[in-house]
Design a protein around this ligand. Sequence first.
Ligand SMILES: C[S@@+](CC[C@H](N)C(=O)[O-])C[C@H]1O[C@@H](n2cnc3c(N)ncnc32)[C@H](O)[C@@H]1O
Length: 220
Amino acid sequence: MQRRPEPELMTDPAQAAAYAAADFSSAHNLFIDLIRRTFGPDLRGPALDLGCGPGDIAIRFARAYPDCTVDGIDGAQAMLDAGREALAVSGVADRIQLRLGYLPPSGAPVKPYPILISNSLLHHLLEPMVMWQSLKHYAAPGAVVAIMDLVRPQSEARAAELVAEYAADAPEVLRHDFYHSLLAAYRPSEIAAQLEQAGLGQLQIELPSDRHCFIYGRCD
Ligand SMILES: C[S@@+](CC[C@H](N)C(=O)[O-])C[C@H]1O[C@@H](n2cnc3c(N)ncnc32)[C@H](O)[C@@H]1O
């Protein structure tokens, strides 16, 4: 099945509100567990969350790593706004800054971050190299990299099965998003080719579930 891109930025306030209100605890906890399993419990310093959306990943990461601060960047103001309330009551808001910004960043690489995380951004990008350019722009030498995203299934029928299995009770707007995100996702072989092209071939790719891939390692 060919990849079918979906709109890059989530600028619709209704879509953003539904996304922010959804319970993504299973997938988002999986991401944090993968980070802990791979890099241990002692990460410290500033982390950057690429395509942070309403900030649920930033909040879970900040709770898991009390010696980290988290900066999030997202191109959709609607998504940042939708997460404002959850952030305010998260108990970790003093260590999180979410800001509007479109990727890829412009200008010379700044490389201030020893930790780079991102969940569910890659499949939104029309040009996937934007992810890897952004990593190289922001990652300090030796930075920890942890990225999770969906994997495109073999067929539309399989995508529909996954929606039925994992989002049966979700609102229609989220079921629609999930289905189209599956069709827009990259496959591990495609991601491996992107990493080679970007000079990031040292990063590893793992499949931790029937619909996710985890890309991890360290930047040079
Ligand atoms: C599916 S959401 C994931 C949000 C969050 N990471 C999470 O896991 O809940 C994808 C996010 O990427 C953002 N995005 C897509 N393309 C972007 C770009 N080129 N620059 C910045 N943000 C982008 C969208 O606006 C959206 O908020």
